[in-house]
Design a protein around this ligand. Structure first.
Ligand SMILES: C[S@@+](CC[C@H](N)C(=O)[O-])C[C@H]1O[C@@H](n2cnc3c(N)ncnc32)[C@H](O)[C@@H]1O
Length: 221
């Protein structure tokens, strides 16, 4: 994937990240070999930073793949008895994720849900203090109302791949079959930035990460 910033910047940032333990490194290697998409190293590190510093009690992840990011966050939330609900619609990936989460000893903390998020989100009754959105980019805009409903005041939404290799930036040239996706992502970013209850920042790391904070005090909910 083409980096959004100069390769030397990405390489330097990556060189500073301490290596994860052998088990996680192995899982990342297996994913790369099997062409299973997982978070970029600098996005993984951002997730670790956010979870370690904010200590969200309940995380909702949309797009589990084979469980890499769930396990990464799960190891932190286990320390303070938090929980993660994570949704995956691809049967083979869901089954691999189940095995990987069990092998990591995290099945008590991670609730893996099989199905399409468009069906699952409307059924969810819980509220979450962090949502990690890492699924089909073309659907982010459709998911947005449900995610907003499920996000507790004081909570954050982290959405990956929002700059879509830079194509979202006006002036970029792309094939017309990508137009719908680009327009939807632009609209999604506009929604995040114009909702008066959200404070949003967009980071040009990985494929672009949006972080939106929902105003409010979790303590008073
Ligand atoms: C980029 S991968 C997730 C990577 C994972 N978060 C990680 O870093 O380890 C995106 C995953 O989202 C899943 N997905 C895409 N759209 C979805 C939807 N509407 N509902 C549930 N899962 C979806 C895909 O099957 C794919 O496995």
């Amino acid at each position: 994937m083409k980096n959004l910033v100069e390769d030397r910047v990405t390489d330097y940032l990556r060189s500073l990240i301490p290596p994860y333990d052998e088990k996680l490194q192995n899982l990342a290697r297996q994913c790369r070999k099997a062409h299973v998409p997982i978070v970029e190293p600098e996005v993984a590190q951002l997730l670790l930073f956010l979870v370690s510093s904010r200590k969200p009690k309940k995380i909702l992840e949309i797009g589990t793949a084979v469980g890499y990011s769930s396990i990464l966050m799960g190891r932190v939330i286990r320390q303070y008895k938090g929980s993660i609900a994570t949704i995956e619609r691809n049967r083979a990936r869901y089954l691999s994720a189940r095995k990987n989460i069990e092998n990591a000893g995290l099945d008590e903390y991670i609730n893996l849900i099989y199905g399409d998020a468009s069906d699952i989100l409307i059924e969810l009754k819980d509220s979450y203090d962090m949502v990690f959105l890492d699924a089909a980019k073309g659907q982010y805009l459709n998911f947005y109302p449900e995610i907003y409903r499920l996000l507790l005041p004081g909570g954050i939404l982290v959405a990956d791949n929002v700059l879509y290799r830079g194509l979202v930036i006006p002036g970029s040239t792309f094939h017309r079959r990508k137009k719908t996706m680009v327009c939807r992502l632009r609209k999604f970013l506009q929604e995040l930035n114009t909702n008066p209850s959200l404070t949003t920042t967009i980071l040009p790391i990985g494929d672009g990460v949006a972080i939106a904070y929902k105003e409010g005090d979790m303590q008073n909910v």
